[in-house]
Design a protein around this ligand. Sequence first.
Ligand code: PLP
Length: 363
Amino acid sequence: MSKEEKPVFHGSDVEKIAEKYGLNKEEITSFSANVNPLGISPLLREKFRENIDCIQRYPDREYRTLKLALSEYLNCHTSNIMVGNGTTELISLFIGIASPRRAIIVGPTYSEYERSVNIAGGKTSYFPLREENGFSLDMDLLCERITSDTDLIIICTPNNPTGTTVKRSDMRKLLDVAKERSCYVMVDETYIEFCDDEKELTAIPLVESHNNIVVLRSTSKFFACPGLRLGYAITADDDTLSSAGRKKNPWMIHTLAAENAMYMFSDTEYIKETKELISTERERLYEKYKNTDRFLPFKPKANFMLMKIKEDGLKSSDLFEKAIHENMMIRDCQSFPFLDDSFIRICFMKKEDNDRLFDCLTG
Ligand SMILES: Cc1ncc(COP(=O)(O)O)c(C=O)c1O
C-alpha cells in the first residue's frame, strides 16, 4: 500500500486502529462493530462468575442443554438446531456442505459469504440492492434471476450495511421458487432481534415447511458477546444437518458458553431494555440526521444506519479521520460492493455517545 492510500478498516478492527492512530483501545467508542451498547446480560455475568469451574469439563458433544434453551427462545424444535463457534464458522460450514458452483449473494452485504463461496470453489454473483429503491429487495426480480444453474442464494436480513429487511411472505415466495429449481437458501438473521417486528420478520417458522433453508443467528451483536463466539443455525434439512455433524469438529464451542449461554436468552429485563434503547435511538437519530444538509440516511430497521454523504468533496475517509481523532470509530463503507467513498455506517450506542458522534460528524 502506498503512503497516500488510506486503509479501510472493518467493524472489529479496533486493535489495528488503536495502533495506527496511537490511541488507547479501551477509550475508543465503536460505532462500527454493531454491538449492543448495554454490554452483556447481567444474569449471564453472574452465572459466568459462579460457574467458571465448568471449563474443567469437556462440553456435551450434543450441546443438549443449550439447544433446549435455544428451542424455547426461538420456538422451534431442538432437532433443527446446530450451534457453532460464531455465525462466521457456520457460514463457512454450511457453504462448504452446499458446495455451490454458482451462488447469488444479495448485496452490498457482509463479506464473509463471498469469501466462503470462493474458498469452497464456487462462483459468486451479486444481486444488487439499488440505492434508488432505498436498497430494498425486489423479490420478484430476484426470483427471475434464479436459474437451474443457481445452487445457493444468500440473504442477510436485516442486511448489513443497508439495514433493510425481507418480509416473511417474500421469503416464502423465494423458497418456493428456489425449491422448484433445486436451489438452497441461506438467511443470516444476525441482527433480527433489534427489529421492532422481529416476530413477524423471522424466517424461522418457514423452516418447518421448507427444507431448502438454513437460518443463521448470532449472540455477538444483540447479546454483546462477540468474544464468546456463539452462533447457531436452524434448518429442517436432515441431510445438511447430518453432513454438518460429520464435518464439524467434535467440540465447536466451549463449556462456558454451552452451560451458561441460556441465561442471556432468559434475561427478559435486559432484552426489553436493549430493544427499547435501540428502538428509541433509531427513530431519534434517523430524524436527526435526515434533517441535516450533510447526510441522507437510509431507513434503518436494526441497530445501525447507512448514510450517504451529500456534501460535495467530503468523503467517508474524511469523516472516519475526524471521528477517530475524537476516539470514535465509524465504518467507512467504500470496501462494500456497490458502495463508494460517499457512504458511512454508524451503529446506535447510548444516547450521550450518539449525540457526541452527531456533533462530530455534522460539525
Ligand atoms: C451479517 C453478519 N453476520 C455475521 C456476523 C458475524 O457474527 P459472529 O460474530 O457470530 O461470527 C457479522 C459481523 O459483523 C455480520 O455483520
